[in-house]
Write a protein that binds this ligand. Structure first.
Ligand code: IPE
Ligand code: IPE
Ligand code: MG
Length: 238
């Protein structure tokens, strides 16, 4: 019993879902088949995460850098996101999930933007998992957009730049109001953050696994939480 008490579940987990393409390649399938499977896994992981006691989950679905991929792949990814948003508008009533999209959605097709706004609206008061999906998200872009809005407020006399605190500056971020991730997971063996949440991950624990995203499951998530439990978070202390 005592052991269970000490078990810490991270409040906020951020995931870089990587390896869809390699998963498909291994099976002689088109890359898009990997993305389709990856999106099913993402849905399942939301449920698993919540059942494990995680309150906030943020996933990297499409980066500001991903536009350079072949057009068919970008289109396929956008169609998956389109379907996800539409389905979730109905589903969010049942699963009680609050969904928010982070990133600059102005570059997305108008209909996708509309579905995103609608989903954010209908799920805003849900009290289950807080699920953030990063689309056309880049950490540097987020910081720059935050700085621009802050500069605008300063120019308008709404804030005094000299007195601005870290907390207030965070208020300009896409993830405003959301606690910083405790644990960041990246699948597929790459050990980099690829412009994901640079500000927010400053003090997070990092877990890298060779498992490809379409093979990720509840057991793998539990392994990451296990790893997290063996970390000693000192935050600069001794
Ligand atoms: C992650 O899988 C999904 C996105 C980046 C959208 P990848 O498509 O990057 O898969 P790999 O890295 O090529 O295997
Ligand atoms: C990071 O994966 C972006 C997403 C998971 C959406 P990438 O596959 O695009 O990252 P790099 O290119 O390996 O850094
Ligand atoms: Mg990749």
């Amino acid at each position: 019993m005592a052991e269970q008490k000490e078990y810490r579940v991270p409040q906020h987990v951020a995931i870089i879902m990587d390896g869809n393409g390699r998963w498909a390649k291994k099976r002689f399938l088109p890359r898009n088949a990997g993305h389709a499977q990856g999106s099913r896994v993402a849905e399942q992981i939301c449920e698993d995460a919540y059942n494990l006691g995680i309150k906030y989950l943020t996933i990297y679905a499409f980066s500001t850098e991903n536009w350079v991929r072949p057009k068919e792949e970008v289109d396929a990814l956008m169609n998956l996101l389109r379907k996800y948003m539409k389905d979730s508008i109905e589903r969010s009533g049942k699963n009680n999930m609050r969904v928010r999209v982070i990133g600059d959605i102005r570059r997305l097709d108008e209909d996708l933007q509309q579905s995103i706004r609608r989903l954010e609206e209908v799920s805003a008061d849900n009290t289950g998992l807080c699920f953030q999906v990063a689309i056309n998200y880049g950490g540097r872009d987020e910081i720059l957009r935050a700085a621009k809005r802050m500069a605008r407020d300063a120019a308008d006399g709404k804030i005094c730049p000299e007195e601005l605190t870290e907390e207030q500056f965070y208020g300009y971020f896409d993830t405003e109001g959301i606690p910083y991730p405790d644990l960041m997971i990246r699948t597929s063996g790459e050990c980099r953050t690829s412009n994901f949440l640079p500000w927010q991950l400053a003090y997070s624990e990092f877990y890298f696994t060779d498992v490809l995203w379409p093979d990720f499951n509840k057991k793998e998530l539990q392994k990451a939480i296990e790893y997290y439990n063996h970390r000693d978070r000192r935050f600069g202390g001794v």
